[in-house]
Design a protein around this ligand. Structure first.
Ligand SMILES: [Zn+2]
Length: 173
């Protein structure tokens, strides 16, 4: 999938409907990272409508984000889906004129920064509380991977015992 453009110059777009779709490049979500969430991958599709009024941006995004389970502190992957319909403003102060029901995205001097816009939507879509399902969450005592994947050997105390035993008896002195 092609990467999304980092920036769109709204002033250069002709009147009408313009569409983009693509993936987020790696490292495009520094604020997600600050929240302790790492982005596996994300895609977005959106359109920009240029008409009489302020340009409008509408779209959807879908990301796979790894966060930490608050119960067992092990990583868990969550799928974050966002849907947005935004009015572009030159400065955030202009949002006051539009009222609280009109979400905005700042496109200073007609420059729409695409990646922070998508990142915002992904952050908004993060679960308030991240926890494994009960069956998958056990306080970090066990480490089960996806179906078909065996647990890492180092996490199995019996394997540790086994290797100790081998160390004692298997070495030639
Ligand atoms: Zn858990």
């Amino acid at each position: 999938m092609t990467e999304l453009p980092a920036r769109i110059e709204l002033d250069r777009l002709s009147r009408g409907h313009h569409e983009w779709a693509g993936s987020l490049p790696a490292g495009a979500t520094p604020r997600l990272a600050e929240l302790g969430a790492s982005l596996g991958s994300a895609e977005a599709a959106f359109s920009v409508e240029i008409g009489e009024d302020r340009p409008r941006v509408e779209g959807t995004c879908l990301g796979r984000v790894t966060v930490r389970c608050e119960r067992c502190l092990e990583p868990m992957e969550v799928t974050v889906a966002g849907e947005f319909a935004l009015v572009t403003v030159d400065r955030i102060e202009e949002a006051d004129d539009l009222g609280p029901d009109e979400p905005v995205v700042v496109a200073s001097r007609g420059q729409l920064d695409v990646l922070p816009m998508i990142e915002d939507e992904l952050i908004l879509g993060l679960p308030v509380v991240s926890r494994h399902e009960r069956a998958d969450c056990d306080g970090g005592q066990r480490h089960f991977g996806p179906p078909g994947e065996s647990a890492p050997a180092r996490d199995n105390p019996f394997n540790v015992l086994e290797s100790l035993r081998k160390g004692e008896t298997g070495e030639d002195h």
